[in-house]
Write a protein that binds this ligand. Structure first.
Ligand SMILES: [Zn+2]
Length: 498
């Protein structure tokens, strides 16, 4: 386990627990003094060890076009200095000493992209569930495949997804895992260096379509979620926040959803679920609960600024007002909504009403990419035939992928823009390709939303750590991952009889 707080606990129980017993057995004062000195010295060594790895590294990015996303939306030709995990300065011709200097060569330095609805557990199943509508897609393909995961296949699936996200400049995700083995996806999050809010999928209401491997009792589902929260929340230097993630209303009992609302409030945790993605889904809610889906979530106590709802396509006026009034977060997934033919969310209207909207790719089998650049492009383009070419302009779309994501997770104070004091989560986007050339007279937001590809990202940094540089992943060994993922998929397919 690499989480600092767990190291700390282990250290104290191992060292001081033993010494405390010795202390109680001692009678000679001099020995007590000696013991006290040793105790203080050990504590000093422990603290200095922790600080040593965290504070020495200074990285200076030179000659960048800084797309700051600060309040004035300044775009600056200049430099940016990172110390430890934070941005400490930016401006023209910064003259600072640094442990490493990276020449950005005039390319774009942007805030790390934030995607607020991902399923790392599904990355392994890319291309296994195409050309279906949501409920068939789930019942015929995704649920059986998720139920076929073993710990290693889930770890591989998560690393595949994270590697792809890093290669496309995504630094933070909100993620829903599957029902079992979630600790292995968490381990991949911790090991890789990504920033994530994630939780185990909760499914305590079953009909014949839910495979036995995903069925769980209300008590077991809640207990597993709480255990994961207690064990992992804040792990990876605070990069992992554990959430409660019921799949959607029709997969859960009211008892579970009410308890999720209570626990999340008690533990100040996020709730992440799907809502009103598909007409069939809301018809089931209306027939079983006798109310609209979003109204049902409100009755169960689940709306609010700590709840992130994926999709929100099939909303009536009352539901839209409810989402705005409660400041419930909306994760807009345009590619997934197109591919599953779910519909086109009324994002321009929701934004005009004051809704909190961010962007995401959803899972690999319904996209089939985890590429924030494609999501930005689609978020802009799908609205234009409906509402005209001026809706969803490029700058507004880029805001949704950066500041919008930061606001969705209550982190606008330290994520979503390039400003001193914020976390060093950022990406360098090359403008050297023919599709972005020449670039001197072009609006940077148009370059980012309409022209750039994920493959233009040259470098990705999370929490001050370079996780991808020159298209090479630094925390994931691709040569090890690829054969392992192939073998993992083979095991899962054999297990589920595909
Ligand atoms: Zn989803």
């Amino acid at each position: 386990m690499t989480a600092n707080h767990l190291d700390y606990e282990e250290y104290f129980s191992r060292t001081f627990g033993r010494w405390t017993k010795l202390w109680q057995q001692m009678t000679i004062p001099n020995e007590r003094v000696l013991m006290l000195v040793r105790w203080v010295w050990s504590f000093f060594l422990f603290v200095s060890e922790q600080l040593k790895g965290d504070t020495l590294m200074r990285t200076l990015f030179k000659n960048a076009t800084l797309v700051t996303m600060n309040e004035q939306r300044d775009v600056i030709k200049g430099d940016l200095l990172v110390e430890d995990a934070n941005i400490v300065a930016l401006g023209s011709n910064l003259v600072e000493s640094a442990d490493r200097i990276i020449d950005v060569q005039g390319d774009l330095l942007i805030p790390g992209l934030i995607q607020t609805h991902i399923h790392l557990c599904q990355t392994l199943f890319r291309g296994q569930a195409d050309d279906l509508e949501l409920l068939d897609w789930l019942k015929q393909r995704i649920w059986p495949l998720e139920g076929g995961h073993d710990p290693e296949s889930l770890y591989d699936s998560a690393r595949l997804g994270i590697g792809e996200l890093f290669l496309g400049g995504t630094t933070t995700i909100v993620d829903m895992e599957t029902v079992h083995h979630t600790e292995h996806a968490f381990q991949a999050i911790i090991d890789s260096g990504i920033r994530a809010i994630s939780g185990k999928c909760m499914m305590d209401h079953h009909d014949a379509d839910v495979p036995l491997t995903l069925q769980e009792s209300t008590e077991a589902s809640l207990q597993m979620s709480v255990d994961l929260f207690e064990r992992f929340n804040g792990a990876g230097n605070g990069r992992l926040q554990v959430a409660f993630t019921p799949r959607f209303v029709i997969s859960c009992t009211d008892d579970l959803l009410r308890e999720v609302a209570r626990l999340a409030k008690l533990k100040k945790a996020y709730v992440h679920t799907h809502a009103s993605e598909n007409r069939g889904e809301i018809e089931v809610v209306e027939s079983t609960r006798c109310m609209r889906n979003i109204v049902c979530l409100e009755h169960l106590g689940l709306l609010g600024p700590r709840t992130i709802l994926a999709h929100c396509i099939w909303l009536d006026d009352q539901e839209k007002e409810l989402l705005v009034r409660t400041q419930t977060r909306i994760a807009h997934c345009p590619s997934s909504n197109l591919k599953l033919a779910s519909g086109i969310a009324a994002i321009p209207q929701l934004l005009a009403m004051g809704a909190q909207v961010s962007l995401a790719a959803d899972g690999a089998p319904c996209n089939n990419n985890l590429d924030a650049f494609i999501e930005m492009r689609h978020a802009a383009l799908i609205q234009k035939p409906l509402h005209g070419p001026t809706v969803m302009p490029a700058r507004q779309v880029f805001e949704l992928a950066t500041l919008g994501g930061a606001k969705a997770i209550g982190r606008e104070h330290d994520l979503g823009s390039l400003e001193p004091g914020k976390k060093a989560d950022l990406a360098v986007v090359s403008l050297q390709g023919l599709h972005t050339w020449p670039h001197e007279y072009t609006d940077v937001y148009a370059q980012l939303v309409y022209q750039a590809h994920a493959s233009d990202v040259r470098l990705t940094m999370v929490d001050g750590q370079i996780v991808m540089q020159d298209r090479q992943l630094k925390t994931i060994d691709v040569d090890v991952l690829k054969p392992s993922a192939t073998a993992s998929l083979q095991r899962v397919m054999q297990r589920v009889g595909c």
